[in-house]
Write a protein that binds this ligand. Structure first.
Ligand code: NAD
Ligand code: DAU
Length: 342
């Protein structure tokens, strides 16, 4: 079995590659990644010499490059992680989000259609459902919740999802989609909440909490997401969407305080800054379908996962120091310097 994994030099894609090489030692994994600011080849160092693994630097929007790759590798399955993934960047400039997340997805699916595929899996997000109110803890996103996006990022992911489902209906393509909640774990890019707070706290720098810090996210350890995708890929029904989440809702401010506590840092580092435009209030997944159909359950409890994650950032300083000492500095300046107090 040959599996093409796009976006495998990013956070979840790399964790998925490690998971698959371990779970299916007889599979060939071909990682396709453009190596944008979010992709790091150093992340894949431990598998580079594995004969079951190969890396191809390629933009998923490059149609002839993608077709040549399919001709050469003859993949049985494709898992599409490649995307622009940061909401704040999409608010600054949506164009690359539309290009990679929608056009790139269409190129990958056209290649699958042309060369044949057993399964195309689209890695999507709970953000396509928009948000839930803070005062209705009884409400959850199910697969039937209408698409109702808030940001350019989530709109581009929703566009891709609709296209994937259209290829199933129109061309009978064997597709599946997972819509997962917020992931955390090793190799999470420093611009996102949890790694940003760990890294800033370690440097005794301000911890910039948007608005009042009361927005709620439903956190899942990255390996649990990888297991869910593996199950859907092999046992999920074609043409179906599966929500993935572990009923682990937390307010941003509580996460930041927990990180301070674990690192022995003072809460006085917390700085409330201007809110994100259009900031989604609450995400909460109902995972009944994947549990009932595929027997998936999250295995890592948040208190264990967050400790493991913090330890990973302490043990792997070289990985994130290389990132924050590069272009990331200009990004951080631009996004946080003039952010007025909320
Ligand atoms: P990430 O930003 O860490 O990694 C994205 C990867 O895609 C990078 O390696 C990047 O180089 C690559 N890439 C970007 N544009 C490309 C292109 N045109 N061609 C080839 N490669 C390209 O993202 P992530 O957090 O690992 O998210 C992966 C996927 O999972 C995304 O599709 C995202 O929408 C989805 N998702 C993420 C989360 C989360 O909490 N991070 C939750 C649910 C779903
Ligand atoms: O729900 C799944 C989504 O989770 C994925 O589709 C996205 O790719 C992924 O980036 C993530 O989106 P969020 O916007 O929820 O993640 P982020 O880490 O950017 O922010 C989490 C929360 O923390 C959000 O409410 C905004 C807040 N925040 C974030 C940053 C970076 C802060 O308060 N301060 C910050 O500096």
């Amino acid at each position: 079995m040959t599996v093409i994994v796009t976006g495998g030099a990013g956070f979840i894609g790399s964790n998925f590659i490690f998971y698959m090489l371990n779970a299916h030692p007889d599979y060939r994994i071909v990682c396709v990644d453009k190596l944008t600011y979010a992709g790091n080849l150093s992340t894949l160092r431990s598998v580079m010499n594995n004969p079951a693994f190969s890396f191809v630097k390629l933009d998923i929007c490059d149609r002839s490059g993608v077709y040549s790759l399919f001709e050469k590798e003859k993949p049985d399955m494709v898992v599409n992680f490649a995307a622009e993934s940061h909401v704040d960047r999409s608010i600054e400039d949506a164009s690359v989000f539309l290009q990679t997340n929608i056009i790139g997805t269409s190129v990958m699916m056209d290649a699958c259609r042309k060369y044949g595929i057993r399964r195309y899996h689209q890695v999507s997000t709970d953000e396509v459902y928009g948000d839930l109110p803070l005062d209705r803890p009884d409400l959850f996103f199910t697969e039937e919740t209408p698409i109702h996006t808030s940001s350019p990022y989530s709109s581009s992911k929703a566009g891709a999802d609709l296209l994937v489902l259209a290829y199933h209906r129109t061309f009978g393509m064997p597709v599946s989609i997972s819509r997962c909640s917020n992931n955390y774990g090793p190799y999470h890019f420093p611009e996102k909440l949890i790694p940003l707070m760990i890294i800033n706290a370690l440097g005794n720098k301000p911890l910039p909490v948007y608005g009042k810090g009361i927005n709620v996210r439903d956190w899942l350890y990255v390996e649990d997401h990888c297991k869910a995708i593996d199950l859907i890929l092999h046992n999920g029904r074609a043409g179906e969407v599966y929500n993935v989440g572990g009923h682990n809702e937390m307010r941003n401010i509580d996460i930041v305080k927990l990180i301070c506590k674990e690192l022995g840092k003072p809460e006085s580092l917390i700085t409330y800054v201007a809110d994100r435009k259009g900031h989604d209030l609450r995400y909460a997944i109902d995972p009944t379908k994947i549990r009932n159909e595929l027997g998936w359950m999250p295995e890592t409890k948040f208190e264990d996962g967050i400790r493991r994650t913090i330890k990973w950032y302490l043990d792997n300083r070289a990985w994130w120091e290389e990132i924050i000492n590069g272009d990331y500095q200009q990004y951080y300046e631009k996004m946080y310097k003039d952010r007025q107090k909320a």
